[in-house]
Design a protein around this ligand. Structure first.
Ligand code: SF4
Length: 230
């Protein structure tokens, strides 16, 4: 079973250079205060659950119209049904992009080894020692490190990305993230926007200015080939 809480029929911006649909899986093991999808965090079955059959029926009508499907959440790798779900989508001929928080390297490894992914976007929440502080749960950072390593070593296209709340991450933290991602191809800093978020206490928080982001990006290019903010 793969529990789905929503589908966006098309997007031009979530799968680089592709036209895609987005499938939102239910459940996440992190509790990032800035999470924009708080309704997806609980592992309970949602009232408006969409069955995998409904998703497959819809996708059949989009063969040759869409390039791919973005599987996001929540955290899709929490659900054992992810493997079969992605396998079915690939069998229909679609490319698959997986968004993940990197907490489940075993699933990432299985999916990459079996050539079931075409793009991986992994969140980097903070330097490893600050992960629990930012995600508000106890994190096994060995798993985060393993996911980073296997993504960088796999032939699959990827990006790492960080949502940036100014008070949560200092310039020194970005230096540490640069060292963590040393040799990576692509890293994006994402501006925090105070809209619908999990922890309302963050509503008054801000992000860095464009000028500050430019400096952070320039510093990170010592470690990572392509760095930008959005
Ligand atoms: S931002 Fe991502 S990892 Fe964090 S709680 Fe939300 S869905 Fe989970």
């Amino acid at each position: 079973m793969f529990i789905i809480n929503g589908i966006q029929k098309s997007t031009l911006i979530d799968f680089p250079k592709k036209i895609a649909s987005i499938v939102f899986s239910q459940g996440c093991n992190f509790r990032c205060g800035y999470c924009h999808n708080p309704e997806l965090l609980s592992l309970n079955i949602p009232k408006k659950q969409i069955s995998t059959e409904e998703v497959f029926s819809f996708l059949k009508t989009r063969i040759e119209k869409l390039d791919g499907v973005v599987v996001t959440g929540g955290e899709p790798t929490l659900q054992s049904g992810l493997y079969d779900f992605i396998k079915e989508i690939k069998a229909m001929g679609f490319l698959v992009k997986l968004d993940s928080n990197g907490s489940n390297p075993k699933i990432l490894e299985k999916l990459t080894e079996e050539n079931l992914l075409d793009y991986i976007a992994m969140d980097i929440k903070a330097p490893l020692e600050k992960y629990s502080e930012i995600t508000n749960v106890k994190i096994n950072t060995d798993n985060i490190q393993k996911s980073i390593n296997l993504i960088m070593e796999s032939p699959v296209e990827y990006e790492f990305r960080t949502t940036v709340v100014k008070s949560q991450l200092s310039f020194e933290d970005f230096e540490k993230i640069g060292q963590l991602l040393k040799g990576a191809k692509r890293y994006y800093l994402q501006k925090f926007v105070a809209s619908k978020i999990f922890d309302e206490k963050l509503m008054n928080e801000t992000t860095y200015s464009n000028e500050e982001f430019s400096v952070i990006c320039r510093n990170l290019r010592k470690y990572i080939q392509e760095v930008d903010f959005r």
